[in-house]
Design a protein around this ligand. Structure first.
Ligand code: GDP
Ligand code: MG
Length: 152
């Protein structure tokens, strides 16, 4: 069902350090998406390399991995109709210089190498990332607000 689409969102170490966890969660929550899983964790280098394996040939790969392991991150699963694409819109462009004001990156950061948040880029990559970050599965709960957000 379209309403059950899920995405993987991660607040990166700079977002955690800068006290932006609450604001970021608030934006997804107020939109009407449902939080299905969340944990704070500091990952190993090998785990970060796996998460970003598609970018392993990029010149910035080493510094990207350094950045992700530099402190705790907040890993989340959000659910809702179109949450992958809409989540990317809420986040803004990869380079904060190109992110519109009103987006998370547009409002809170400046450099591409310190862009505070990750969001899956497709339904398939979301499934892969959720399996990597939440190997024990996620709680299948349904919000009592469901029918106030969705007609069906
Ligand atoms: P995203 O899906 O918008 O996060 O962007 P990508 O998947 O293309 O890149 C993953 C992450 O790598 C980005 O969020 C940035 O933190 C980092 N990154 C991307 N491009 C660059 C770059 O040109 N230089 C550096 N230093 N980091 C980059
Ligand atoms: Mg990406």
């Amino acid at each position: 069902m379209a309403n059950s689409e899920v995405t993987f969102i991660m607040i990166k170490p700079d977002g955690v350090q800068r006290g932006l966890i609450g604001d970021i969660i608030c934006r997804f929550e107020k939109k009407g998406f449902f939080l299905k899983a969340m944990k704070m964790v500091q990952v190993e280098r090998s785990f970060a390399e796996k998460h970003y394996s598609d970018l392993s040939t990029k010149s910035f790969f080493g510094s990207l991995v350094e950045y992700i392991v530099s402190g705790p991150v907040v890993a989340m699963v959000w659910q809702g109709k179109g949450v992958v694409a809409t989540g990317r819109k809420i986040i803004g462009a990869t380079n904060p210089a190109a992110s519109e004001p009103g987006t998370i990156r547009g409002d809170y950061c400046i450099e591409v190498s310190r862009n505070i948040i990750h969001g899956s880029d497709a339904v398939e990559s979301a499934q892969k990332e959720i399996a990597l970050w939440f190997p024990d599965g996620i709680i299948d709960w349904r919000s009592a607000n469901h029918s106030w957000i969705y007609e069906n």
